[in-house]
Design a binder for this molecule. Sequence first.
Ligand SMILES: [Fe+2]
Length: 296
Amino acid sequence: MIVEDQKQLTDFALDVMRRTPDPRLREIMTSLVAHLHAFVREARLSEREFQEACAIVAELGHRTTDTHNEVVLMAGSLGVSSLVCLLNNGDNGNTETNQNLLGPFWRLNSPPTRNGDSIIRCPTPGTPMFVNTRFTDMAGMPVVGAEVDVWQSNDEGFYENQDEKQVDMNLRGKFLTDANGLIAFRSIKPLGYPIPTEGPVGRLLKAQLRHPFRPAHLHFLAAKPGYKTLISQVYDSEDPRIQTDAQFGVTKALVGEYKRRADKAPAADVSGEWVSLDYAFKMEPGESRLPRPPIK
Ligand SMILES: [Fe+2]
């Protein structure tokens, strides 16, 4: 076919996409081309804007390394990562879910830690925090013997692998849920932190007058055969940026109450203010599969 005009060009391109042998690739490419063409029309994209867009996409790739993924950061900053998560969990987007973004900082082989023990592995300033979480199936029955990784930033918003002041694996641990589906551990209250802003994502946020911060959160990854691996974050309801997460990750189901306490803490060495967090996760049936660690 030879292109006649702009309208017929879209039909032509769609015709070509429809000839893709693999059915799923055909479905994706047909939809992508239809929406891309509609977007170009609706936004009335100029030639110069198109060239700029191509340069930005190339830069997303160039800035992606073993320790940083600008593409994932952009997907998060446009709300796409969160949309994919919400559409693929909670009975395919029909009910609430505890699933959330993995984020870049999950590592394999967190140190096995006994229930009730601390994940503080070097002197780490911060408000003492005691966390109790429960893992049940969709019917509310405890999920026993699930492996649960937890990881978090410190009081300054840094993960151990970003920070020379912390030892390897500080504020990380691997727990096993007990007979009641519980894990418990001691830590310090995490702080929210900015996403990297040196690249196109930072320029976009700046142009849109958006701050780059994520509200304070704890990360969880729970796995047991028979259950879909639960990747989650629990956000601090009192964080000043709870409503404006730069990555659109905060869902109602994942807002936790990091309670400020002044009563007797569960550890003798704690005096003054401490924080407790109690939270319950639901695990959906499905495939237990660990993600690939996002960075090396
Ligand atoms: Fe995080």
